[in-house]
Design a protein. Structure first.
Length: 208
């Protein structure tokens, strides 16, 4: 998930005691969402050239001061922003968690108007749109994002309407409930060449 060997995580836990997970009955380490973000912060600091000790010291300082955890690469050229336009706040939080653990930045919108507003200042690289957002305005939102900004769209819905979604401008469709690996895989697909199709080219329908 973080690209860090389990042995390294154990060493960090024992040596620096900054991120201490709970244990399951089977003895497995269970990290909370916040702890995953904290570990990601340390990993990014080490990748930027700091030692693990200095990375954990900086983590301690930021946590003690109530400061946000901003990684060195959060605004760099490799930054990838995923817009999550979802009518269900619980589903949005679930999807956001798994996308962030894979290294993506996320912007969550719970209405079509909010989704459009979030793209005004910061164009997302991919949009994941629930077709039922704002009473079914997902199709309209999908079309607006494709026509206005050329954003590749992954349409999701509890209704099996892939043809309608593709006709509205979506590049891919997944039927809810969406498994985390399905979501991450679909987003990765849309970040490839198939996500940036020229007018007239066939769009990709993902129905895993």
């Amino acid at each position: 998930m973080l690209g860090v060997p389990a042995a390294t995580l154990r060493t960090w836990q024992e040596r620096y005691a900054a991120v201490v997970p709970m244990r399951s009955e089977g003895g497995h380490r269970l990290y909370t969402r916040d702890q995953v973000e904290q570990l990601r912060f340390v990993v990014d600091q080490v990748a930027a050239g700091l030692s693990p000790a200095d990375g954990h010291r900086l983590l301690h300082e930021r946590l003690a001061g109530g400061l946000a955890l901003r990684s060195p690469s959060s605004s760099g050229p490799d930054r990838v922003l995923v817009l999550l336009a979802e009518h269900d706040p619980f589903a949005a939080e679930f999807a956001e968690y798994f996308l962030r653990t894979e290294g993506y930045e996320t912007a969550v919108a719970l209405s079509a108007a909010d989704a459009l507003g979030k793209t005004t200042d910061d164009r997302p690289d991919v949009a994941v749109i629930d077709m039922l957002i704002s009473g079914g305005r997902g199709f309209e939102l999908c079309q607006q994002l494709r026509e206005r900004d050329g954003v590749p769209v992954l349409a999701i819905s509890t209704l099996d309407t892939p043809d309608d979604a593709i006709a509205a401008g979506a590049s891919a469709f997944l039927l809810k409930p969406v498994e985390p690996l399905q979501l991450v895989s679909a987003v990765q697909d849309l970040l490839g060449r198939s996500a940036f199709l020229r007018p007239g080219e066939q769009r990709v329908e993902i129905t895993r």
